[in-house]
Write a protein that binds this ligand. Structure first.
Ligand code: PDD
Length: 291
């Protein structure tokens, strides 16, 4: 398996990150995950735009132009023969010695790009069967709109869910539901979709944006607005969404059955619309080869 370190493709076990890298020392960096179907990137521009936006929010310069970055990521995909899979890329602020919290002036520090790619099939069983979730207080920082590599709040929440035998932790700040540890959450009430607005309290998921668009176009009312833990507990349907989870139903919340304990009709319809969008962007048959 080859990985990218800056503009070089190297064997994974030969790739080196300096221990004085600010990404390693401080979690000072940003990242993205882009999915491929049929060897084609899905929503590539949206992810890369978000990467540059995250970087700008922390005053980090991505070391490559968008064109050069695409060329590098395409070479990574080709080298590893990725058909249906994920590309993870991180950009750290780079090497600084001696260690200092203060961000140095740009020169001579250069952002460092690392990226890896692997084939990961679609989890079709789970898309239909769904999974369990628990609720947890959202104790993360107030800039969840930045796709930061500092993920302690997220991983501790995800791990609590895992320990409880659940797929995800749905987070809330007081009464208001925000998102999940590694995905967004939406509820269906009376046939209408509710999901938190795109502000600093959530990562504005690309999957969520595609879902909201295709759902609205299909006549489903979408509210990007506050909803409460009580709304979540009494929802007709709940689903979570991310690049890797697509549209995954939550059929049990804190040990209580959601709806009739099966994927609901609106969630199923939304996933069908989402799949059409994958085929529209990645080509006919993208989902067939994605098994
Ligand atoms: N996670 N919210 C959080 C906190 C996330 O980490 C993610 C994605 C999302 C959904 O974003 P998108 O639809 O753009 O994937 C929302 C990815 C999959 C990850 O970190 O592995």
């Amino acid at each position: 398996m080859k990985v990218l370190v800056n503009d070089q493709l190297v064997e994974r076990d030969e790739a080196k990150v300096d221990i004085e890298d600010r990404g390693y020392q401080f979690g000072d960096g940003v990242y993205e995950v882009v999915r491929l179907y049929n060897g084609q990137f899905f929503t590539y521009e949206e992810h890369i735009d978000r990467l540059y936006a995250s970087a700008a929010k922390i005053e980090l310069t991505i070391p490559y132009s968008k064109d050069k970055l695409r060329e590098l990521l395409e070479s990574l995909v080709k080298e590893n023969n990725i058909q249906t899979g994920n590309v993870y890329l991180q950009v750290s602020r780079g090497i600084q010695m001696p260690r200092n919290h203060v961000i140095p002036d740009a020169f001579p520090l250069e952002g460092i790009l690392t990226a890896s790619a692997s084939n990961v099939p679609r989890n079709e069983g789970q898309f239909v069967a769904g999974g369990k979730a628990i609720t947890l207080e959202d104790v993360r920082w107030l800039r969840c709109d930045i796709k930061s590599i500092s993920l302690l709040g997220n991983i501790l929440a995800k791990n609590k869910a895992h320990q409880a035998g659940a797929l995800e932790a749905i987070l809330h700040r007081g009464d208001l539901v925000t998102e999940c540890s590694a995905s967004n959450v939406s509820i269906i009430k009376n046939g209408e979709l509710w999901t938190h607005g795109a502000d600093n309290l959530i990562l504005n998921g690309i999957t969520r944006q595609v879902i909201n668009q295709v759902a609205s176009e299909a006549g489903i009312t979408v509210h990007e607005a506050d909803f409460t833990v009580q709304d979540l507990e009494t929802a007709d349907e709940i689903f979570i969404s991310s690049t890797t989870l697509e549209v995954t139903p939550i059929i049990n919340l804190n040990g209580q059955t959601v709806g009739d304990g099966k994927r609901g009709p609106v969630t199923a319809r939304i996933h069908e619309l989402f799949e059409k969008e994958i085929e529209r962007r990645c080509g006919e048959g993208a989902l067939i080869t994605a098994k």
